[in-house]
Design a protein around this ligand. Structure first.
Ligand code: NAD
Length: 428
């Protein structure tokens, strides 16, 4: 595997607790909605927290114990849904926050799911393929009492991919004695994956960016774009946005970024990245820049597509973009959000902007349950419809409550979950 994924994240300096951020965002929406105090108390906490410490046999024969989590924030509107992250900085509070954001994300797009998330504290760059497989299979086995097509369906997130999902699907299937493709989404096509899933989150980012530009009266050709993170989400977003006529001037990965004010040739950057494992060293770049410098470039649109806490009190006043599209989860602290609002910077919030992934995951799950598969054209068309509708509903609520798009999205989502909770009543 590649070298370490540890890095000098701008966010780790301030290290805002993502769960505190998630709860503050929820509290703000609950106040706008004048939510009943009982419902408020139910929805501001996760429902289930599961921690596992499990052994993995390493290539040199030794045994190492890893810690992982699977958190379910809410199950009211359907099975829990959410990705699995491998990263050295995974923490219980990070996974709790991500699970809560999944609940709101599924509700914003009106998918019949609750929210969950998983994570394992590890540095995948330091593990061999065999060690990663051992770790994944044992983690899947440990959380198997929670996951399954009717209860909780994992998907890829940071440092996990189709292969990881294939190992999880196989582990759960072997333990049951028969194949259960709908256990996870984001699988390879050959075992029940969906057309369009690998590109879905980036496609959704492209759709909401177009929607935002339409409302702001901007043409793609007039807009320059900088994207932080060149993984599944960032690289596809870059490619699709350039395809729509946007000028992508900067991209980065964990090792740093590249910048060319005249625009980068994204298919060529993709080829360079595939060959070398990083964007740095790309011949068509004017200069190499740090990740924090990328965020402060003079661009029209900024797309964080890496990790949390990238926009903080420290740098929010220096951001020059007019539009931020949150492809990553939780990239903006509440303090930075306030500064952006005061400065008139429009933020398309994560729970809307990156919902394309879970939307096509939902399509994958439906196809698996029916053993009947759709064509990519149909999937992309349905995805676009859902994202455009969600954007419109969020925008309307934001205007109605004279608030930000984030609070518009929260109002839409929290009300849907609150209504479902109220009508189901409290058991027993
Ligand atoms: P990934 O592992 O495929 O890619 C992550 C990228 O971020 C890599 O290019 C990595 O080098 C880079 N990176 C890591 N640390 C960085 C740093 N400090 N500065 C700059 N770049 C850094 O992960 P992904 O699936 O693309 O996820 C990215 C973000 O999108 C995460 O916040 C994730 O939760 C969110 N997200 C992913 C999906 C999905 O379908 N994969 C769906 C919704 C949201």
């Amino acid at each position: 595997m590649a070298s370490s994924v540890l890095t000098d994240l701008p966010g780790t300096v301030e290290a805002a607790n993502p769960y505190v951020t998630a709860q503050r965002q929820f509290d703000q929406a609950a106040a706008i909605l004048q939510l009943d105090p009982g419902l408020r108390a139910v929805l501001r906490e996760v429902r289930r927290e599961f921690t596992v410490n499990f052994p993995v046999r390493m290539d040199n024969g030794s045994i190492r114990v890893f810690t992982g989590y699977r958190i379910q924030h809410n199950l009211t509107r359907g099975p829990a849904k959410g990705g699995i992250r491998y990263h050295p900085q995974v923490s219980l509070d990070e996974v709790k926050a991500l699970s809560m954001w999944m609940t709101w994300k599924c509700a914003v797009t009106n998918l019949p799911y609750g929210g969950a998330k998983g994570g394992v504290i590890c540095d995948p760059g330091q593990l061999s393929m065999q060690e990663l497989e051992n770790l994944t299979r044992r983690y899947a086995s440990e959380i198997s009492i929670l996951i399954g097509p009717e209860s909780d369906i994992p998907a890829p997130d940071v440092n996990t991919n189709q292969q990881t999902m294939a190992w999880i699907m196989d582990t759960i299937s072997m333990e049951k004695g028969y194949s259960i493709p709908a256990t996870v989404t984001g699988k390879p096509l050959s075992i029940g994956g969906s057309e369009g899933r690998p590109a879905a989150t980036g496609r959704g980012v492209m759709v909401v960016t177009m929607e935002a530009c339409k409302r702001l009266g901007w043409e793609p050709q007039q807009c320059s774009v900088a994207i932080q993170g060149f993984g599944n989400v960032g690289s596809v977003s870059a490619d699709l946005l350039q395809g729509q006529g946007f000028k992508v001037v900067a991209v980065s990965d964990v090792y740093g970024g590249i910048y060319n004010p005249d625009g980068l040739d994204i298919p060529a950057v993709l080829a360079h990245h595939a060959a070398t494992g990083r964007v740095g060293g790309f011949a068509g770049a004017r200069e190499e820049i740090s990740n924090s410098a990328l965020l402060e470039l003079p661009v029209t649109i900024l797309i964080p597509a890496a990790l949390e806490n990238q926009f903080t009190m420290q740098n929010a006043a220096r951001i020059q973009a007019k539009l931020v599209v949150e492809a990553a989860n939780g990239p903006t602290t509440p303090e930075a959000d306030d500064i952006f609002h005061q400065r008139g910077i429009v933020v398309v919030p994560d729970i809307l902007a990156n919902a394309g992934g879970v939307t096509v995951s939902y399509f994958e799950w439906v196809q698996d349950l029916q053993s009947f598969f759709w064509e990519e054209e149909e999937i992309n068309a349905r995805l676009t419809r859902i994202m455009e509708l969600a954007y419109r509903q969020v925008d309307e609520l934001a205007q109605q409550h004279r608030t930000t798009l984030r609070m518009g999205a929260y109002c839409l989502a929290v009300k849907r979950v609150a209504d479902a909770t109220a009508v189901r009543g409290i058991y027993p």
